[in-house]
Every structure is written in C-alpha cells, then in structure tokens.
Ligand binder design. Structure first.
Ligand code: G3I
Length: 347
C-alpha cells in the first residue's frame, strides 16, 4: 500500500505501545471480539506433519478445504465419489473446535473431465448440479457452518463469467445452486465468493445487483465472501475503502467474510521494506473486518509460504503467507495479533 491512512497509523502506533500478551493466539483474540473467526485453508497432508497440525489447531478457529471439496477431488466420475480427504478435514476441525467453510459447490475451475466434456441438456445439467450439491452438502449437514455456494461467477469486466453452468443452464444456475444447498442443509450459511471486489468497481457492482436480486426473490443467500488475494501489498485497499465496500452489502442484510486472504511479494523481496508492507496489508483487512459488525471473520489462504499456491500460478511472486516456510511467524502475523489485541483493549 502506497500510503497508510491516518487511522491505520494511529491504530498501529497504539498497538505497538501495548504488547500482545505472549502466547495469545489469533483464534483466541478474534473469538473474544464477538466470536469472530480467524481461519486458514488446509490440505489433509498438512495434518501428518506435527508442527503444521499443531500450528493450524492453535492459531485458527476455522478451516477451509483448499482443494478437497472441489468437484475434481470429491466427484471424479458421474457416480463416483471420494470423500476421504474431505472427511479428514471435517474430523480434524471437529477434534480441534474449529468451524468448517465448505469450498466450493460451483466454480469454473477444477471440474472433472466427465463434467467439462459431457453433453447434457439443460434439465440434465440441473439434475447433475442438484445431485452434486445434495450429496456433498447433505453428507456434512450440521457439520459445515458456511458454504461457498457459487465461486467467481463474475468476470473481471463485470459481466457474468462464461462457464459451463451459464452455457448449459443460463443465469438461473446461481439461484438454483443456492436453493439446492439450502434444501440439503437449511442451517448452513450460504455465500457467494469472489475476488477483486474489495474496493468497488465493475465486479462489485454486478455482485451487488446479483445478491439484491436474489434476496428480493427470496433466494436463501446469507453472505458475501471477499477472497482478498493481493498480488502485491499495494493492491490491498485501505481499511476505510474495504469497510465501506463491505457495508454496502451488510446494509442489505448480508454477512460478509474475508475468505482467502494472502498478500504476495515480488521476488526477490526486499527484507528492509516488504515484510512491513505486507504486514500493513494484512492489518488493513483485519481493521476493515473489525469495523463492520456483520464481518464474521478472516481466513488466510495457505498459512505458510511453504504451502502457498502463488509461486505455482504466478512465477516470480511468493512469500505471501503469515508464517514463513519454516513456520516462523512473520511481521504480518504479529500485526494481525496486535490489531486484534489493540481492538479488544480499546473497547
Ligand atoms: O491433484 C493434482 C495432482 O494429482 C497432480 O499430480 C498435480 C500436478 O500438477 O496437480 C494436482 O492438482 C493441483 C491442485 O491444486 C492440487 O494440488 C492443480 O494442478 C493446481 O492447479 C491446483 O491449484 C489450486 C488452484 O486453486 C486451482 O485453481 C490451488 O491449490 C488452490 O489454492 C487454488 O485455490 C483457489 C480457490 O479455490 C478459489 N479462489 C482462488 C484460489 C487461488 O487460485
């Protein structure tokens, strides 16, 4: 971020004056603030490494399967299901008092070949969608608190994204997905999730129109997920911009949550500047969430630099997480704790 707002400077300054009690965790500090959660994406293989499993259990009160509940993982054949990885994540969460965010029921990526290459009439594709959602959401009924029902439905220019669901069913696929999810678990909070919506613009405008239309039609949609992937720290909005944006949706009765936060650095990073800039960016999101009553929490996407998806998809960028590759806490982790702690003290 090029310029920190005055409020940011004041908050960070005060936080620095009052050290966080040693040993206090992200999950503990956030829970004390009206039950907010701090989560991370996870893969089951991480539970096999003691240090990783201990860190995930200690610091986070929510987990999101990074890949285990996507179509290609869980529904590899038309009538073939593989719940092994998803089950492990739900069981880990239950053993450690963590909430689960289900991710994701409708997306244009990570779909199996039988789905992307299949030929379906509209009614057949609706039946496929219904079967998938009824089976997956139904399996974890009462155990998964939130679902990302529809993910990344809007293209970067603000039009509806061209995907197999839009082509095969039409725009109604969004409504149907929410109705099917609600039918399978009436108590789960149902989210639409997207990126590049954190400071308004074309995508956020379309999203607002979609959710307003769905709600006025009585469709069971409960919240908006802000993925909050920043390829460099300067792309993160200020806390004020972000909070104002979340309020536009919260004022329509929606929950909001930061669902996939990470802040990548251009490599090689500059140790004199980049860790602090990254900490500012993570801190901005924490401040924004705390400023909006309807913001239920913050999930980071990949807790450590060793696990991050960024270098694979954006060569030349990385070090995006709040713990380094050896699981040592980075300034971004400390900043998140400081802001949560300061906020509690200030109330
Ligand atoms: O599972 C296969 C494995 O069998 C194969 O040998 C290997 C070879 O490349 O690929 C493995 O699949 C990879 C998968 O992650 C599991 O590791 C895919 O190639 C890889 O593309 C996939 O990347 C995931 C990405 O979504 C795909 O779009 C990332 O892990 C995951 O972090 C990322 O998550 C998305 C969210 O779901 C939605 N929002 C954006 C976010 C970042 O792209």
């Amino acid at each position: 971020m090029a310029l920190l707002s005055a409020a940011t400077v004041v908050v960070v300054g005060l936080a620095a004056c009052r050290p966080v009690p040693p040993g206090s965790t992200l999950r503990g500090l956030a829970d004390a603030r009206d039950g907010r959660v701090v989560g991370t994406s996870v893969e089951p293989a991480q539970f096999d490494r003691t240090a990783d499993a201990d860190l995930i259990a200690a610091q986070f009160s929510s987990v999101t399967p990074e890949n285990a509940m996507k179509w290609v993982s869980v529904h590899p054949g038309p009538s073939t299901w593989d719940f092994a990885a998803a089950d492990r994540i739900v069981e880990f969460a239950e053993a450690h008092g963590q909430r689960v965010r289900g991710h994701t029921l409708v997306w244009h990526r990570q779909n199996p070949a039988w789905l992307t290459g299949g030929t379906f009439t509209r009614d057949e594709l609706i039946a496929v969608l219904h079967d998938h959602i009824a089976t997956l959401v139904g399996r974890y009924r009462g155990r998964i608190a939130q679902w990302d029902v529809v993910n990344e439905a809007i293209a970067d220019d603000g039009t509806l994204r061209d995907n197999l669901w839009l082509r095969g069913i039409g725009p109604d696929y969004i409504r149907l997905a929410f109705e099917f999810a609600h039918e399978a678990d009436p108590d789960a909070a149902l989210f639409i999730n997207d990126y590049l919506i954190e400071r308004g613009g074309a995508k956020a405008a379309t999203l607002l129109w979609i959710v307003a239309s769905l709600r006025s039609a009585g469709v069971p949609i409960d919240g908006v997920g802000y993925q909050t992937h920043a390829l460099v720290p300067a792309l993160m909005p200020t806390p004020e911009q972000f909070a104002d944006e979340m309020r536009r949706f919260a004022s329509r009765g929606l929950l909001v949550e930061i669902t996939e936060m990470d802040v990548a650095l251009h490599l090689p990073s500059d140790p004199a500047i980049d860790p602090q800039r990254q900490a500012d960016a993570y801190g901005s999101s924490v401040m924004a969430c705390l400023a909006v009553r309807e913001c239920t929490g913050i999930t980071v996407w990949n807790y450590s630099d060793a696990e991050s998806w960024i270098p694979g998809e954006f060569p030349g960028f990385g070090e995006a997480s709040i713990f380094d590759a050896a699981l040592a806490p980075k300034p971004a982790f400390e900043r998140m704790r400081q802001i949560l702690w300061w906020d509690l003290r200030a109330r």
